[in-house]
Design a protein around this ligand. Structure first.
Ligand code: AMP
Ligand code: MG
Length: 491
């Protein structure tokens, strides 16, 4: 270990220091033969990390937690959570570690976190490990979400550990290095609340305010302001998921970040055909986290956050409840505004001044388009891309997709009258998303040792709005023989 290499990474331990009741100092398990599969150069640069160092032998050991920079204090975080509606008082990082915080180019603290780094005291029956396919799925999908402009944790690297891991079959093990504004979750507040240590709960809220919502500190009731800010951030986030057709898959309260970033990509997927009841997780048998249910579930999770925060909102619980209820009521307002404004932009229209005839017409057209989408198996992403062509005068591609041409033509006549902006549509509607059949193709090739399809897919989805020659197959819908897509937990 050289002095130069040591000086490259400076990891802070603010979470470990300020919230030691939620942090168990821990070490990653030894990776027998670590091999860097993919490294995010631009993200490394943003974090002040040298990609050449990260690719070195010591750098790769750093990325699996086996080389700990001097002064760093890796911890497993404790949290609770409602999983599919049932409460678990103690979950925590069973197979993950927070290595520490880095200061990024904008001066913001970012967590550097490992997933798949071995058993921790929170592992319960789990093996503490992760495998190559699902870690690469998180890498691809989170980087695609970032490129789409949707708040998300980022992926810095995936390293194969050189260990075979038992799942249904034996699969190659991997560690994902993930970067986040923080890993504070709704479940962190549930855990702190359950300790009945009000000073801890307050310290957690202060930490969240300082890292994510500094304006709340100046409010008359900072904790109510924090809660309102999280409600608004989540409403905006879930609206953005809905607008691109993203299904998170496991919206448990331990997988909802206080920062408003999308977190914990497990059995997630983008819809192909527009289907409100789309579910991709093999364990979500009741459809709790189906596409169209996501706003309702986000609101449900935020109600759990309110319960955890009640003693902070007002010492008098009878006074706290109506304040929390009123703040949670903001979810629907924020969500509706974000959804309608986003849908109008997808149609190339401005939402219009509220309560004007034009706004009413736009809102009607938004309802109309979802009706057209529901009517047939219409590829959601391609529909809007083709609709931009119609805005430019070529209706053939979009008319070739819809079932009820009469209904479409009547709708389109009204839509065209408002003068849709095709440029806005191209900047709003992605051509390339991580389509399920492409993700599966890339992951199975990578699991077999061929990383070329993964890199081609990444190149497409990390610049999603500009259509480029040679990438035609990445813009097409799923092949008819692709069938029903399911991803699995226990990843
Ligand atoms: P997730 O569904 O990935 O959000 O995980 C839910 C909980 O299960 C968290 O507490 C994880 O740390 C834990 N967990 C998931 N997989 C494993 C594993 N292979 N070993 C240990 N803990 C795990
Ligand atoms: Mg989780």
């Amino acid at each position: 270990m050289t002095a130069a290499a040591e000086s490259i990474v400076v990891l802070g331990g603010r979470f470990a220091r300020e919230l030691e009741e939620l942090a168990v100092p821990w070490a990653a398990e030894e990776a027998p033969d670590p091999n860097l599969l993919v490294l995010n150069g631009p993200l490394a640069a943003e974090l002040g990390l040298d990609p050449a160092y990260l690719g070195s032998e010591e750098g790769v050991r750093f990325l699996v937690g086996n080389h700990v920079p001097e002064g760093a204090t890796p911890v497993a975080q404790a949290y609770a959570g409602h999983q599919f509606g049932g409460y678990s008082p103690l979950l925590g990082d069973g197979r993950a570690l927070l290595l520490g915080e880095l200061e990024d180019a904008r001066g913001l603290l970012r967590d550097l976190h490992l997933k798949g780094s071995g058993r921790t005291p929170f592992a319960r029956a789990g093996d503490g490990r992760a495998v190559v396919g699902p870690m690469l799925r998180e890498y691809v999908v989170s980087e695609a979400m970032h490129a789409l402009g949707i708040p998300t944790t980022r992926s810095l690297a995936v390293v194969a550990t050189g260990r075979q891991v038992r799942r249904d079959d034996m699969l190659p093990g991997a560690v994902l290095a993930r970067v986040a504004g923080s890993h504070l979750r709704v479940g962190s507040f549930q855990y702190a609340r359950a300790t009945e240590n009000m000073e801890l709960l307050r310290r957690l809220a202060d930490h969240a305010i300082s890292r994510h919502y500094p304006d709340a500190a100046a409010a008359e009731n900072p904790y109510l302001a924090l809660y309102r800010a999280v409600v608004a951030a989540q409403a905006s986030l879930v609206a953005q998921w809905m607008l691109v057709g993203f299904v998170h898959g496991v919206m448990n309260t331990d997988n909802m970040a206080i920062s408003g970033e999308t977190i914990d990509y497990g059995p997630c997927a983008f819809i192909d055909a527009f289907n409100p009841s789309a579910v991709y997780s093999s364990i979500d048998v009741g459809g709790r986290y189906a596409y169209a249910n996501q706003p309702v579930m986000a609101e449900w999770n935020l109600a759990r956050l309110a319960e955890a925060m009640l003693p902070l909102i007002d010492e008098d619980q009878e006074a706290a409840v109506p304040l929390a209820v009123e703040a949670l009521g903001g979810f629907r307002r924020h969500y509706s505004a974000a959804w309608s404004g986003g849908m109008a932009a997808k149609l190339g229209l401005a939402a219009g001044k509220p309560e004007t005839a034009e706004a009413a017409e736009v809102s009607d057209l938004v309802d109309g388009v979802t009706g057209i989408l529901k009517d047939g198996p219409v590829d959601y992403t391609l529909f809007f891309r083709n609709l931009a062509k119609a805005a430019r005068g070529d209706s053939r591609p979009v008319r070739g997709m819809v079932m009820d041409l009469g209904a479409y033509d009547a709708w389109a006549e009204r839509w065209q009258k408002l003068g849709p902006d095709a440029g806005l549509m191209d900047r709003t509607n992605p051509a390339y998303i991580p389509r399920n059949h492409l993700v599966e193709e890339a992951l199975s090739a990578a699991t077999g040792g061929d990383l070329a399809p993964l890199h081609r897919l990444l190149a497409a989805v990390t610049a999603p709005y500009s259509e480029r020659p040679g990438l035609e197959r990445y813009a097409e819908g799923a092949p008819e023989d692709f069938g029903t897509y399911m991803t699995f937990c226990g990843t």
